[in-house]
Ligand binder design. Structure first.
Ligand SMILES: [Zn+2]
Length: 426
């Protein structure tokens, strides 16, 4: 159970037959002598083969500790006007193609409903044929449910243009309309609008993340353009945060961009992180900022999608407070400078931050949607020269000075000094 088969959506619909083939169809119709049952007869037939519950019974089931899945098979506009709280919405016409992905557990009891209980009767029958073992139809449907005064929920819905823009998300059962609305409500903070922040900003904006924060105090330099694809030649000399904001806004007007034209410091970190972010994407290019961001995110309880790059090599991991190691568990001390030159010192293949930043965006979207398995406790090492991806499992350090059992660092320190001290010790 729980395994969703990878089935490709059908792209080409069969066309109605024309010419000779159409004649063939008619011939087949002609030899079909048995009278077709009317809709009413068909409905009666189906209703005699399925189980039904009335609204009062369904309401009791909904109140259970472990309620059945309520499945709404009405059309989008009907769903938008109100539905049973917590119900899953799959219009009747998409039932066969979507139900497996949305409800893979065929043993879980299902209550199917539509407006009056007819379309859902056919849907109930279909689910049984698909192997769902405990399916009942809500007799009288949503109309009867409402008439009895049971709880209803109004849904926020995507606008028609959003439905078109995000249609490829809506087709994925793990995202769907609910997930897209969640993304539109999501708030993701990017530390840095450079090599990693550029692809992350573009993909998060394209995906419809409603609020993107950008912390960057730098300006666009000619040497940035080899990899920082959110900027352009005409933006040379412009603050990176503003350049990124303009690019994002021209890509997707659904996204609100909040910029912080400042370097993250002990003085401003609580103010910036305190603005209700769901996820932080770390694209910092220096160690003081990384350690500062780590300590602050542990204390604020915010997940950080960490990325770093050097020449052909990159690393990604998700640091989720309380659920895996923090940056200090992995690297208690900054590495000596000869082992950790910056991109400005050591160089980087232009596309590498595109790969790493895109993986960071993917992790951030998963965290915002609450789906999949984020890279918590796992460090992904990418080598673009050999094209290899290696995964290292990481543990939380119980003796970690920040997230450990008896932390010794409980307030912000001088991070520049801390990193310099580590460097001069070697
Ligand atoms: Zn730690």
């Amino acid at each position: 159970m729980g395994v969703v088969p990878l089935t490709k959506p059908q792209r080409v619909l069969p066309r109605p037959a024309q010419g000779p083939a159409a004649l063939g169809d008619r011939t087949e119709d002609a030899i079909f002598l048995k009278p077709m049952p009317s809709y009413r007869e068909l409905l009666q037939q189906v209703k005699s083969e399925i189980d039904e519950v009335d609204a009062a019974h369904a309401a009791r089931l909904l109140g259970d500790d472990d309620p059945p899945l309520f499945l709404d098979v009405r059309e989008q506009d009907e769903w938008d006007e109100g539905h049973i709280p917590g119900a899953l919405h799959i219009p009747r016409g998409n039932l066969e193609s979507r139900i497996e992905g949305a409800a893979p557990d065929r043993e879980r009891p299902v209550v199917v409903y539509c407006a009056v209980g007819s379309r859902s009767a056919f849907a109930t029958k279909t689910l049984e044929e698909l192997g769902y073992t405990s399916v009942v139809n809500l007799a009288g449907g949503y109309t009867d449910w409402k008439r009895n005064g049971f709880a209803t929920q109004l849904s926020r819905a995507l606008e028609p243009d959003q439905r078109r823009r995000y249609s490829r998300h809506l087709l994925i059962p793990e995202v769907g309309e609910e997930g897209q609305l969640r993304l539109l409500d999501a708030r993701i903070l990017l530390i840095g609008a450079g090599g990693l922040g550029s692809p992350a900003a573009l993909y998060l904006a394209a995906a419809g993340v409603g609020t993107i924060g950008i912390v960057d105090d730098d300006v666009v330099d000619e040497s940035n353009l080899q990899r920082q694809v959110v900027h352009s030649t005409e933006r040379l000399g412009e603050p990176k945060a503003e350049s990124a904001k303009r690019t994002i806004e021209s890509l997707n007007a659904d996204v609100h961009v909040k910029i912080f034209r400042e370097r993250l410091t002990s003085e401003n970190v609580d103010r910036i992180l305190g603005e209700g972010w769901d996820v932080i994407v770390d694209g910092a290019d220096n160690f003081p900022t990384r350690y500062l961001l780590n300590d602050a995110s542990v204390w604020h309880g915010l997940p950080v999608v960490h990325g770093s790059i050097f020449r052909f090599e990159g690393q990604v991991t998700v640091l989720k407070p309380g659920d895996g190691p923090c940056y200090r568990c992995l690297f208690p001390q900054p590495p000596p400078p000869e082992l950790a030159p910056s991109c400005a010192e050591g160089g980087v293949l232009g596309v590498l931050p595109g790969i790493i930043g895109s993986i960071q965006a993917s992790e951030a979207l998963k965290l915002a949607l609450g789906i999949g398995e984020p890279l918590v406790g796992r460090l992904l090492l990418v080598d673009a020269l050999s094209t290899s991806f290696t995964e290292v499992h990481l543990r939380r350090d119980p003796a970690c000075p920040v997230c450990g059992e008896s932390p010794t660092i409980t307030e912000y320190i001088d991070y520049v000094e801390f990193c310099q001290a580590a460097r001069t010790q070697v």
